[in-house]
Design a protein around this ligand. Structure first.
Ligand code: ZN
Length: 197
């Protein structure tokens, strides 16, 4: 319908979550009609991020540095490690300002049907850290849905083998609620009323 380059841009935009054909078309035309500079900035930002962002060597969160700012911060309490599914969950917990420990970011949850097992989630790497570092408590903050609970259970079993205290954040959180959408005070409460598992 449009010229090949415009069609190409529209189909490229459709990889974004929640963007259907109509929105992709609107975005493409808007950029081309009104905002060429913005379009070039966007292209450059995407290129740079896609080329340079990798995973923190310690916690696996997304960063372009070897260690993310939290892992590199000497003031963080290294006796508590909080396991979350995504970098957005780290941000949500940081905004609640209730946690001063370190994180481990799975970048997913166990889902055998999609080929996501312990290896894909870096759980061996987590276990290695539990063995070699002075971690006293693993706080599991995966989401309270079926996969999140299965992931939590699996990690708890692996951690308990090494005699480490394991707790699960309390979920005053709606079932299936994604951590990143929960307000700070609810999250702070969930963290402070965590239960040992
Ligand atoms: Zn890190």
């Amino acid at each position: 319908m449009f010229s090949p380059l415009i069609d190409q841009l529209i189909s490229a935009l459709r990889i974004l979550p929640g963007v259907g054909p109509k929105s992709a078309q609107r975005m493409a035309l808007n950029l081309l009609e009104h905002n060429r500079d913005g379009a070039i900035n966007l292209a450059e930002a995407l290129q740079q991020a896609a080329d340079s962002v990798t995973r923190c060597e310690q916690c696996r969160t997304l960063t372009e540095q070897a260690s993310c700012s939290i892992c590199a911060n000497p003031r963080r309490d290294r006796s508590q490690i909080c396991v979350v599914e995504t970098p957005a969950d780290v941000l949500a917990l940081e905004q609640s300002a209730m946690f001063s420990g370190i994180y481990f970011v799975l970048l997913g949850k166990l889902s055998p049907i999609d080929g996501v097992g312990p290896k894909e989630l870096g759980i061996d790497m987590l276990e290695e850290r539990l063995i070699t570092e002075k971690i006293e408590e693993v706080i599991i903050a995966t989401n309270p849905n079926v996969e999140g609970e299965a992931t939590s259970h699996y990690i708890a079993e692996r951690a308990k083998k090494h005699g480490i205290k394991v707790s699960r954040i309390a979920h005053g959180v709606p079932i299936g609620g994604e951590l990143e959408y929960i307000d700070g005070s609810t999250l702070a409460h969930a963290l402070s009323s965590r239960r040992e598992v």
